[in-house]
Design a protein around this ligand. Sequence first.
Ligand SMILES: [Zn+2]
Length: 318
Amino acid sequence: MLVSQGVDAALAGVFGLLIGSFLNVVVYRKPVMMYRDWLFDAVGHLMTQGDGRSLWTRALGPASAVESRLTAAADEAVPVLEALAPFDLARPASRCGHCGQPVRWYRNIPLLSYLALGGRCGDCKARISPRYPIVEAVVGLLFALCGWRFGLTPIGALWAACAALLVCQFLIDLDTQYLPDDYNYLLLWLGLIGSALGWTGVPLASAVWGAVAGYLSLWLIYQLYLRITGKEGMGYGDFKLLAALGAWFGAEFLLAVVLVSSLVGAVVGGMLLVAGKLAHKDVPISFGPFLAGAGLVCLVAGPAQVMAWLPFAFPFRP
Ligand SMILES: [Zn+2]
């Protein structure tokens, strides 16, 4: 039993290393893909539509001088955008950010290549950020844990997908302050479907109410904060991410997620303050990494255990 459990964990862990390597690519490319989509959309909106009117006219009435100038600018931008080389998760091939040499396959082996090359590019010897092997190792460990707990089963794969998506959102928000909708919604749907199949152990009603409460609680805080201070304290991506976590862990454990994320946020915020990194008080700290981090803590330790660690949460313990 233990031997086969160990074998499952090891196999899942090796697969996790590969996925971790892929997630490094996703985290770098997904935001660029989003920015490009937005740019295409923006230019498309400025152009004259099929009925001969532009969005400008539709929104504000009769055509104006500004409209013709913007439309002309859009016409000029179209050939530039159309000439762009394809950019997605697979294209172009990975290159060294320093010398531009393509990364050869034998130097793209998770963890091992980094160690063998001493953390440097095989061509130009520029330093490679240790973040890449760290992400690979963390995802490998998370997958190994899922394999250990659930074996090489669909349930194990579902939880591994949850872990991978949370790692993605953690890093993308850290880098860009955006939480891609695609990944938030995928996480939400997987949580709800996993509950409906009985794979997450969360009753469907609890998953649905967890999603509702997750979204509404942060939305309410956002509205209150906006009314009182006139500033946006967080983004809609945060509401969606907490909704997804509510679906995965259930309404009764939503508080565990929120408390852990606030604790992590307070600790990290305090450290940044002490380190003087928060010189500009208006620079928003993104909340997404703390939410995703709390989700990973709950995934690893189990939300009931997390509640047990927080003595002051006692009155709310289910
Ligand atoms: Zn290089």
